[in-house]
Design a protein around this ligand. Sequence first.
Ligand code: AGP
Length: 618
Amino acid sequence: MCGIVGYVGERPCRDLLIAGLEKLEYRGYDSAGVSLLDGGRIESVRAVGNLANLRSAIEAAAGNGAVAVADATATIGLAHTRWATHGRVTEENAHPHGDCSDEVHIVLNGIVENHAELRRELQAEGHVFSSETDAEIVAHLIEKHYAGDLAAAVRGSFADLRGHYAFVAMHARHPQLLVGARQECPLIIGVGEGENFLASAIPAFLRETRRVMQVENGDIVVISPDGVEITDAAGTPLQRQVEEVTWDEDAAERGGFPTFMTKEIHEQPDAVAETIADRLSDDEHVNLEELEIPPERVAELRRVVIVACGTSYHAGLIGRYAIEHWARLPVEMDIASEFRYRDPVIGPDDLVIGITQSGETADTLAAMRLARDRGAHVIALTNVMGSQATRDADSVLFTRAGLEIGVAATKTFTSQVAAMYLLGLWLAQGRERLPRERIVELIAEMKALPHQIEATLANVEDQVRAVARSHYQGRFFLYLGRHIGLPVCLEGALKMKEISYIPSDAYAAGEMKHGPIALLDESTPVVCVATDSPILEKMLSNVAEVRARGADVIAIATDGNEAVRETADQTIFIPSTDWILQPMLAVLPLQLLAYDTARLLGLNVDQPRNLAKTVTVE
Ligand code: AGP
């Protein structure tokens, strides 16, 4: 989740833009850049690392005669903080990106799904690329479509693009104009007096103006010092309201949400969409070329071993069902801190997946190194480019959740689950274990997940809050599930423990009668994950067992399944999808339940006691 800010007005904007980037630092980044247009020429400075590096690069550039940057007199410009997804963390891959003649400069947040195909077409037409990024495509597309009207060129480019993005463009021949476009990723207008801003989030310009206009999907926005024009992709003018933002700066960083955890829970649709975006770009194939694993190695694989800690381990447990069921490859799971000391039997026919959002968890890194030393091919599934895990692996699969600030993992979890689904399908595809039509079906269902996440969060929020209100003073929470529902329970119980400090346990429902059922009494809330799956009936009989002991059963069920409603005290429904994809949705009410319970207890959900976001100690 990159940070974008653009300014056009009467004031010198270099420092305004940098100040805007400072306010977007919380989104996390690995490089940054600024482009300024002055005297018909665009000058650009980019730097790897933090904004201090960018400032020193600006000073250095000023020393080398970069007038626009030196004088800081330019009154139009673009700036960007990059959270790398496509292309390494280098100065060349930092934004802004230019076209062949440096007349067009763009900054982009998000993913261009069809970037490979567009790059091939543009190269065939003679365009020369200077970065590895998907974003640079947009600058060359605008160059291709430009015939004197920048907005028209942006509309033409918008029609060629597929993906999950928002971008802003500047052209050397239009010193009074910036043009932006939005497809799913956030973009917002800051309305000023004699000046206007375009940014990916309000904090970028909140110090300068509190008047904003929302940009909707498919909108093309033209800002100039005197005004804002919004059209649809065909050029038809659209009206948008100017709203007044009342947030203070802290709230703005949280996007108006009370905590980073809630903000991140609501960023899950974007995080999942970006994680699957160009890996499912054509609806028929899973593209994981980035792993650079030759097809013959995939065909020869004997086993998959997944190592991870905490929430990442739970994502692995869900991934196991996808890989075993779709690719018919046996999957062994282990908690990394156990795996590394049990002298595991590992060899060259094994594919080992180390799941770690931070990429810095000591036990997972050690487990990955051990597996690599024993000849296995190691994949790091991580959210952070440049992290240690990327160096301790043979291949890297990045989730694209953006920086996660809340200690309790939420959006990185659902992005990891999405990535495990990609791996399961890709292995099935490479080993020809699933008929083509089935892969096409599952790709379509996966592409529907981001909107289903959005709908689920909206639909269950109030009901979950009511459940939390009736149980937040409880002494114990029990989570029950079977089959692919069990990892969801383990994750729900971990969230409850982490942020509400209420003792919580997750158990395989079929195991209840072998002991834990003794824990139950009238006051025990029992959360049962009873989504549609091959063994739902078995699960329902376990729910009945629990209910018979007077416990208060809160069930998570699939839309339309009335049988669960008849069995439980309260039922929270989630949209229907393939049973292997259900956990992505079933976990959402459990995240919210832990969150609402902790909030009712007045606890700090972003920074719970005794916990660190990254566990680098052994
Ligand atoms: C999850 O909410 C916790 N923060 C913790 O269990 C975490 O999942 C674990 O420390 C693993 O972290 P990683 O994914 O960065 O390796």
